[in-house]
Design a protein around this ligand. Sequence first.
Ligand SMILES: Nc1nc2c(c(=O)[nH]1)N[C@H]1C(S)=C(S)[C@@H](COP(=O)(O)OP(=O)(O)OC[C@H]3O[C@@H](n4cnc5c(=O)[nH]c(N)nc54)[C@H](O)[C@@H]3O)O[C@H]1N2
Ligand SMILES: Nc1nc2c(c(=O)[nH]1)N[C@H]1C(S)=C(S)[C@@H](COP(=O)(O)OP(=O)(O)OC[C@H]3O[C@@H](n4cnc5c(=O)[nH]c(N)nc54)[C@H](O)[C@@H]3O)O[C@H]1N2
Ligand code: SF4
Ligand SMILES: [Mo]
Length: 746
Amino acid sequence: MKEWRTTFCAMCAMGCGLEVLVEDNRMVKVRADKRNLRSEGYVCRKGTSVVHHQHNADRLLHPLKRVGSGFQRISWEQAISEIAEKMQATLDGYGPRSLAFMGGGGVGCHFEAGFMVSLMRALGSQYYYNPLGQEFSGYFWAMGEASGSQCVLFDADIHHADMLVTAGWNGMQSHQIPQAPRVLKEFSRNPDKLLVVIDPRKSETAKLADIHLALRPGTDALLTRAMIAIIVQEGWHDRDYIERHVSGFDQIEPWFSDFDAKAALEVCELDYDQVREVCHQFATRTSCMRPDLGVFMNRHSTATSYLHVILWAICGRIGVPGGHVIPGTIAAFGRHTDWDDPDVWHTLATDFAPTNGVFPPAVLPEEILSGHPQRIRSLYVSQANPLRSYPDTSAYEEAFERLDLLVTTEVAMTETAALSHYVLPATSAFEKWDSTFFPLTFPEVFFNMRRPIVEAEGERLEDGEILVRLADRLGLIPEIPESLYVAAKGERPRFFAELMKYALATPDVLERMPFVLGKTLGPVLGSTHLAALWGMLQVLPEQAQENAVRAGFQAGPGLGEEIFQGVLEHPQGLWIGRADVERNLELLQTPDGKVNVYIPRMAERVQSIDAASEARALEPDPPYPLVLNAGRHFDKNANTLLRNPAWNKRGRVCTLLMNPADAEALQLSDAQMVRVITEAGEELIELEVTDATRRGLVIMPHGFGLVYDGEVFGANANRLAKNTNRDEFAATPLHKYVRCSVEAAS
Ligand SMILES: Nc1nc2c(c(=O)[nH]1)N[C@H]1C(S)=C(S)[C@@H](COP(=O)(O)OP(=O)(O)OC[C@H]3O[C@@H](n4cnc5c(=O)[nH]c(N)nc54)[C@H](O)[C@@H]3O)O[C@H]1N2
Ligand SMILES: Nc1nc2c(c(=O)[nH]1)N[C@H]1C(S)=C(S)[C@@H](COP(=O)(O)OP(=O)(O)OC[C@H]3O[C@@H](n4cnc5c(=O)[nH]c(N)nc54)[C@H](O)[C@@H]3O)O[C@H]1N2
Ligand code: SF4
Ligand SMILES: [Mo]
């Protein structure tokens, strides 16, 4: 039996529509789905390679328990009861701080997260470690200070802008917005639009730029302070907008009014007149900016994000079409976490607080290895591979040896799974109901739900279902009356009424609602994740309800059900909302309803960033004379999601890029093996001599050094990244600025 089935890609968060030819329960061919309203037929080579993610030698079939140096197949019943027993023993012996959770929402499958956070909270823990804590936390935190909530984000409204500035974003390879290459090429082609790219090297995106600011690596904070200074000193800032919509400008103005921008730009190795021109254009056009990992994972990470927010605010670019808008979503983007709230945990050994409810993975090894009596002893990992993805593989290996319990829920036998006490097999993106909440569109709000297009082999379960079973065994689900199970099988409006009655009569049930829905409606719908979606749609925030009505849905008590039906009937997705463009700034959550640009916690740091201090800090360190970008995202990786090297048959794959002048000085030649040495460790990698990078900057990809079917492929960037090389505020690893040396491998 052969059939084309509708789904969407899970290899990055853009969720491009796919049609997949399924034959005898195997995915055999993939093509773009032109009906998908968000991707409109766009697909990249990762999307057309998803077959390698689905069918490969590392896929898991059964629950496994570590016995000696190997694994033994066990039943689900045994796995869940032993894990529950061990978690409970750790909790009883050492308290809730000894339990941590990690992952639970990768790039394309976010429905597990709600179950994971509910389980963690029910156990009394707050330790939720997630990849967002190693990329976006500083950015979210700075925006949260300005907007009043870390869930209220200023997203670049690129589609309505006529000037786009990118900073440390290589959208031509990494996407990060729907159909990124199409959008960037249009910016480049259209004479009425201006594309400015801030990137130390001629990236694939920089090649398209009208203006390429090839700054010295690691100097974005200094550049941004200089840009603000130029704008303020020239008087190009939007005084009227500031008066109406910005608070705190008087406090920060002196940081810029006599700042020496010329000296700063010399340190950045940029031309003053060119930067001045970019500033003038940014302040006068329909402009927006899109920063990404090149700045987030770099020196002064959080401070740079703060400076970016100041730049946008003083140019009147927040809450306006073509500027930075607060997009519509169907659920809050995490959980706002105030660092000064006494109820919010800080890590015990390293003293970092969570942003948006998420702790930074860079500190986890120290938290496990610490001598503190309440140190972390039990870790549940799902949809993450810390042993290859998070900084300092050696520190992680040492820490994981110290855990009393390491459980990994996975689709594949990964490096992390291989070290675990229990490995639980999950259904893949193409075997279950799931979705992503990341790709934001404006003003329309898009949603689609992936459905199973192949049947799961072996004993794989939906990630949420595994957590429901674990919660049940731990006794964390309140008693559910038989009548609710019966109601779940009937008309859903009646079920909703029954559920509300139950919720009112049962203490603490709201935080545990995913489990109640999973147990009652889950079996009826055939999916815990789908049951959770139904629940979410019944309690849509007011804003999302108004958006839905603007998009044509009927206001009233049936709204959630109507959207749910729409989702079921449209496997290619649908518009489920339309934001009110005119009233975007009303979504700010600051007490005065304005964008707050004065963040006292950052005042000292920002004022310390000047030409003299940066020139000193950037001096080369003699044992490590080069700067390593430890992890580029390019068309030959998909984080660690495509493990089978077969998907990269053509061309050179995992290489270290080095400028010809550096190679000559070091007497190294193209294609030879070299040793990269850092404070954290060393790795062997093939050298690629190319002017795609500048002098002094060497670049390697992220996501290699994977053990596939027993063999290692490529070099592991995280063996070279020291966990303590991180931002002082958000603990974001500074992967784009790792000092290193390179020598010929003997
Ligand atoms: N093909 C592919 N696409 C992906 C992924 C993947 O693995 N493969 N992963 C996805 C994920 S999870 C993410 S978060 C994104 C990341 O997407 P991006 O952030 O776009 O990716 P990167 O390659 O890490 O970095 C972007 C750019 O930063 C530049 N850069 C380096 N140092 C500096 C600096 O000092 N200043 C400035 N201004 N720029 C600098 C680099 O030269 C590079 O061009 O990609 C997503 N998309
Ligand atoms: N040195 C360095 N390290 C980096 C980066 C860098 O630039 N440099 N970039 C980082 C960035 S931006 C990110 S986002 C990360 C991400 O790193 P991770 O958080 O580790 O995420 P992924 O590599 O996307 O996938 C993790 C695992 O999820 C599993 N998986 C896939 N689908 C499912 C599923 O449905 N259920 C379950 N249970 N498991 C599933 C996959 O098999 C994979 O092993 O790593 C990063 N690490
Ligand atoms: S852009 Fe992302 S979602 Fe789209 S096909 Fe490529 S990897 Fe998949
Ligand atoms: Mo990421």
